[in-house]
Design a protein around this ligand. Sequence first.
Ligand code: ZN
Length: 201
Amino acid sequence: MPRSHGSEIDTLIQLLAKLPGLGPRSARRSTLQLLKKRDSVMVPLARALEQVAEKIVICGTCGNIDTTDPCHVCEDGRRDRTTVCVVEDVADLWALDRSETYRGLYHVLGGTLSALDGVGPDELNIAPLLARAATGEVKEIILALNATVDGQTTSHYLAERLAEFGVKVTALAHGVPVGGELDYLDDGTLAAALKARGTVS
Ligand code: ZN
């Protein structure tokens, strides 16, 4: 095959193609844009990647990924510290926070219970959630898991485990389509789902 560029550029294309939403074609186009905008985009991007890569940590309190531990959400004094919203993934935390309907704290599970994939309670960030519930500071825990079978199974499991702590346990209601994933919803749907949340039976 004729070579139109050096192997370093090839490596860049291959790495970009690993990102969600970017196939090989989009990765080639993105790479070309980076090459053309070396000073205004490529160099600042390389610096930002390096800085974030050096600093990323998982928040010991909530499981969020950030550059500080505790994370910026847990450290934010303007948030309601009596409410904790439980999500599967950091993408869901970002999505809910974008909706600007909710201004409490979060807890990231890192997945859902799954008999098929062999994911049990010990594989998820559940023990720290129970510890947070036990402190007495938290008055309400909102289960904002995906409306999938595994998400709902996990919701019921958590509701049972949380019952002993005397906290109000609620879950997202209307708005989230069955089989839907939070990260793909528009902000209005997410806001409606948060407002219509109900107690888990
Ligand atoms: Zn945190």
